[in-house]
Design a protein around this ligand. Structure first.
Ligand code: 15L
Length: 275
């Protein structure tokens, strides 16, 4: 039963990049209600079942990406480097890879994409700050910088070509909060899948920035600007507070002061040659 009378129906094809990665593994096998066919893509072949098909491709190869996108569908773009790394790794996976994804989408007539951004695009905001979609970016790593770039790419392809993107600034997607910081940043897998549903079914998506968190009491982020999506997270990190280990950090330590946590103190990786 549609939530809104004008909801788009189940789509014929949903393409997931980075399907072998950490988030990809958590969402696989749980998308069949959203599309007739779920295309799983990563650099290596993936063991599939049900309505899934595996289409390996390297995001640095534009023609290979076009091949996966040919036939259309909506995209959940999780492919790329998901942690801090030397610049060359970030450049290939997240700068070239994101460009190729959007350019292939334009050439193959794709209309809707979820871009997996990250809280590390805003990680140097202090934990006392309350952010919304209009807050300035403050990346905490080269990885965070690449996510700011990806957000800008999504916006460009929306303004110029009308390709809609849900820019998801993911907090921490996990079965349960792993530490004190994740009491604010945690996003349950179920709430994540619910958001995919809203991205696919909402009549007009636009190009919103959504903070990826469950209905956490200790939230740093405000999603009221995207209420029109009709996404209502139903889980809360609060339910896990008593089981969540104390990190023992002094509140003045940078990793405890800033939203990005340990990412703000990562050694700067520079280039692969270490210069
Ligand atoms: C991210 O962007 C990472 O990909 C993930 O591994 C977590 O570290 C997450 O952010 C987080 O901030 O918890």
């Amino acid at each position: 039963m549609p939530i809104f009378p004008t909801d788009r129906p189940k789509i014929s094809r949903l393409i997931v990049t980075g399907a072998a990665g950490g988030i990809g593994r958590m969402i696989r096998g749980r998308l069949d209600h959203l599309a007739d066919e779920v295309v799983l893509s990563d650099r290596t072949d993936i063991h599939v079942s049900g309505n899934e098909v595996s289409r390996p491709c390297d995001l640095t190869d534009l023609n290979a990406v076009r091949g996966v996108l040919r036939g259309g569908g909506d995209i959940l773009h999780f492919g790329g480097q998901s942690l801090e790394a030397p610049f060359e790794t970030i450049r290939d996976a997240n700068l070239i890879g994101t460009y190729n994804l959007y350019e292939a989408a334009r050439l193959e007539g794709i209309r809707r994409i979820l871009f997996a951004s990250s809280n590390h695009a805003i990680g140097f905001h202090p934990r006392e700050a309350r952010l919304d979609a209009d807050s300035p970016t403050r990346p905490d790593t080269l990885y965070g910088v690449s996510k700011v770039y990806g957000e800008a790419m999504a916006r460009l392809y929306y303004e110029k070509f009308g390709i809609e993107s849900l820019i998801l600034r993911i907090g921490s997607i996990a079965p349960k909060p792993a530490d004190q910081r994740q009491l604010a940043t945690w996003m349950s897998v179920e709430d994540t899948i619910r958001l995919f549903g809203r991205m696919i079914h909402v009549t007009r998506l636009g190009c919103p920035i959504v903070y990826g968190m469950s209905d956490n009491a200790e939230a740093w982020w405000d999603n009221r600007q995207t209420a029109y999506l009709g996404w209502h997270p139903q889980d809360s990190a609060e339910d896990w507070r008593a089981d969540t280990p104390d990190d023992g950090w002094h509140p003045d330590e940078p990793k405890a002061r800033y939203q990005g946590g340990v990412f703000v103190t990562h050694p700067h990786p520079g280039t692969e040659e270490g210069t």
